[in-house]
Design a protein around this ligand. Structure first.
Ligand code: DAH
Length: 339
């Protein structure tokens, strides 16, 4: 028995030593240690061994088994190490290869125009605030003096999330949040996305951007409104830009106006760009309606102010002479790169 075990052991050692891949190693393991392996056979033959010899033979078989397993593992580790080394050699990185060039994107013309606008207003001392795009119907309409059955509500048909939650149709709703959160005076500007149930065409989109302005203090007059917006127009469109205020109606301002700027293409003579008018409308504005102040608990005898709402796309299209609003939303890099 002892000799037999020794011969198995010797053969195993020499086979292990000469095997050069994992498959061979595995075959050796199965042949000797496996269910039908030689060592297992010996254990099965234990019943023929004399009872007093059995513990000794059993121990010898186990020792042989352990010794062979150890040899197998040593060889396996050795092979793995060699494999890793070969892999490392094959995978060396050539740091002298030229890098891959990554293309830088380009600012969207809307973003360029907005940054310019914000720079102008922050330069005039305005604070930039943000407001929610998903809004209570109340903030978008009622709190701005547009009651449930007011025709102005129809003009600004929008997307309803529930009966009383809407996608805001105008950034004017931010006025209400500002008045609710802090006491006057205010001097804020609020850019953001607005939504309307409009069909897409060259001048309309169901989603576009506005910039809202609100100034409330003691002794603010319409002259302040005019001066501010005229200065904005000059800084935005050039020092020779003239402005014109036309009476208009907005439920949340009284009096209300729309402001036109002189066409910076023809200087006001009339051209294709301004459709022969010489003037281009860019915003709505007015003195904040006393009722809007009262609803927020602000005394209209003590505080007055003005508000305005600029259509951002309008400014972008004019400034960069783009004739179709849809181009702004297609995100074609060939278009975007031009600005
Ligand atoms: N919210 C108006 C609109 O979407 C624009 C506007 C007009 C805003 C007058 C104002 C304002 O703050 O005073 O047509």
């Amino acid at each position: 028995m002892k000799d037999k075990l020794k011969s198995i052991m010797d053969r195993a050692i020499s086979e292990i030593a000469s095997s050069d891949d994992m498959e061979k190693l595995n075959a050796i393991k199965v042949n000797i240690l496996g269910k039908k392996g030689e060592l297992t056979d010996i254990l099965k033959g234990m019943k023929d061994v004399a009872a007093e010899e059995r513990p000794k033979v059993g121990q010898m078989v186990n020792e042989t088994r352990a010794a062979i397993e150890e040899k197998l593992n040593e060889k396996l580790e050795e092979m793995k190490k060699k494999l890793r080394e070969e892999q490392m050699k094959a995978e060396t990185i050539d740091v002298t290869l030229p890098g891959k060039k990554s293309e830088l994107g380009h600012k969207h013309p809307n973003t360029i125009a907005l940054e310019e606008l914000l720079r102008i207003f922050t330069g005039l001392g305005y604070e930039v605030v943000d407001g929610p795009e998903v809004e209570k119907d109340y903030y978008n309409f009622e709190a701005l003096n547009i009651p449930a059955n007011h025709p102005a509500k129809d003009e600004q048909d929008t997307f309803y999330v529930t009966n009383d939650i809407v996608l805001r149709t105008q950034t004017s709703s931010v006025q209400v949040h500002v008045m609710e959160k802090q006491k006057p005076p205010y001097k804020i500007i609020s850019p953001g996305r607005v939504f309307r149930a409009d069909e897409v065409d060259a001048t309309h989109s169901p989603s576009f951007h506005q910039v809202e302005g609100l100034v409330i203090d003691k002794n603010v007059t319409f002259a302040d409104l005019k001066g501010t917006l005229a200065e904005f127009a000059r800084r935005m469109f050039g020092p020779d830009t003239k402005v014109k205020f036309r009476p208009h109606h907005f439920p949340f301002t009284e009096p209300s106006a729309e402001m036109d700027v002189s066409c910076f293409k023809c200087g006001g003579k009339g051209c294709r760009f301004c459709k022969g008018e010489g003037w281009i409308e860019i915003l709505g504005c007015g003195m904040v309606h006393p009722h809007v102040l009262e609803m927020r608990g602000i005394d209209p005898d003590e505080y007055v102010g003005f508000a305005f709402g600029v259509g951002l796309e309008r400014i972008t299209l004019l400034k960069y002479e783009i004739d179709d609003m849809r181009l702004l939303y297609e995100n074609d890099v060939r278009f975007l790169k031009q600005f």
